[in-house]
Design a protein around this ligand. Structure first.
Ligand SMILES: *Cc1c(COP(=O)(O)O)cnc(C)c1O
Length: 385
């Protein structure tokens, strides 16, 4: 165990560091499905790679340490991680989700778990006293994102955790947009943290992965059982890539955030922009709560152009920022939530929760800030012609 205190060191040295037998500073890729047993009834501690794999175990120990949890679990995607967590519940149980959750989270509840009798309700989790009235006896968990996708809505994580505890139900936080470098929900009282590690943790848009961290031995045993029983595990090579990505998390996030702060300010002062949603701007919903629970506003910005702007022309005029789903990679990406990430949410619900057809979501990368600002500027100008 290396001696360090801070997360900038933990991302590099945390979990299981290197490989003792060889001195390799990196955890080897144990590209194996099975392990030869020493004798009948006697194994090395490893039996079969769905149950456990040393490369995956190193990643799982690392994310547990970074999120200050009891145990971590790695899955083949963020959705596989969410599916494993939802598998904790049974028919008749109800999950409350915040109105701006990731489209795929809504979809798996609405189209898959619904078939098994697991119910859900979409609530405004920013209003704690109203929310508490919705906790009927069948509600077993509250699942939130803060900031939530795509309007960057802020929910008070410690307040949610408190009312969850009071009612004996679980608080679950999808921490994808912040990462443990900027926000640690378990320290704020949450029971379970979920990540789409495809995003900032991987950081290079070159893998799909999901992580779960829990705050108790009891939940750890349950998720370990579900992970092995349902089998949506992350492979050894992707586990290695993800460990590699996490090593640079702190330096990447610092640049992501400093670029985002400047672009949010720029968009906020731009006369062609109607609304800017960025938790680091003082005039937005939840600024104070976010400041209390996170290091800063993160690096996701959503905004709406004025009505006279042609949004199709805006997207086609971008010459650096790519039009793509996903977020959190080193390269800047834009997307159109209404037709891309949130298309699975029916039109009426989209309007109700503010995902208008003019909304643009920007994942700010780590390129040069002037290059990014110039690209936005010329594309906004083109969209006005
Ligand atoms: C992308 C994303 C997911 C789904 O993760 P995948 O890795 O794409 O399966 C879940 N939650 C949030 C907030 C996301 O951005």
């Amino acid at each position: 165990m290396k001696n360090y205190k801070e997360i900038e060191s933990a991302v590099i040295h945390g979990g299981i560091y290197g490989d003792k037998p060889t001195g390799s500073v990196n955890v080897p890729i144990f590209q194996t499905s099975t392990y030869e047993q020493i004798a009948l009834g006697q194994n090395t501690g490893w039996e079969y790679s769905r149950t456990g794999n040393p490369t995956r175990a190193a990643l799982e120990a690392l994310i547990a340490e970074l999120e200050k949890g009891v145990a971590g679990f790695a899955f083949g995607s963020g959705m596989a991680a969410i599916t494993a967590v939802l598998s904790l519940f049974k028919s008749g149980d109800k999950i409350i989700i915040s109105s701006n959750v990731y489209g795929g989270t809504f979809r798996v509840l609405d189209k898959v778990f619904n078939n098994f009798g697991l119910k859900y309700s979409i609530e405004d989790t920013t209003n704690i006293s109203e929310l508490e009235k919705k906790i009927t006896s069948d509600v077993k968990a509250i699942l939130i994102e803060s900031p939530a996708n795509p309007l960057l809505t802020i929910t008070d994580i410690s307040a949610i955790s408190k009312i969850a505890k009071k009612h004996g139900i679980l608080s679950i936080v999808d921490n994808t947009f912040m990462t443990p470098y900027l926000q640690r929900p378990i320290e704020l009282g949450a029971d379970i943290v979920i990540h789409s590690a495809t995003k900032y943790l991987g950081g290079h848009s070159d893998l799909v992965a999901g992580l779960v961290v829990v705050n108790s031995k009891e939940l750890a045993d349950k998720i370990a059982f579900i992970q092995n029983a349902t089998g949506g595990v992350l492979g050894p090579f992707d586990s290695f890539l993800l460990i590699r990505g996490i090593k640079t998390l702190s330096v990447r996030m610092d640049r992501h955030v400093s670029n985002a702060e400047k672009l949010a300010e720029y968009l906020n002062n731009n006369k062609s922009v109607k609304n800017v949603y960025y938790p680091g701007l003082k005039n937005v919903q939840g600024y104070d709560i976010n400041k209390k629970q996170a290091k800063n506003g993160g690096a996701m910005i959503s905004f709406e152009l004025n009505e006279n702007c042609d949004i199709k022309k805006f997207f086609s005029s971008l010459k650096l920022i790519a039009l793509a789903e996903s977020l959190g990679g080193v390269e800047s990406l834009v997307c159109h939530p209404a037709t891309m990430t949130h298309a699975s949410i029916p039109y009426e619900i989209r309007q109700k929760i503010g995902i208008t057809d003019g909304l643009i979501r920007l994942s700010v990368g780590i390129e040069n800030i002037s290059d990014l600002q110039n690209d936005l500027e010329q594309a906004i100008k083109e969209s006005e012609k």
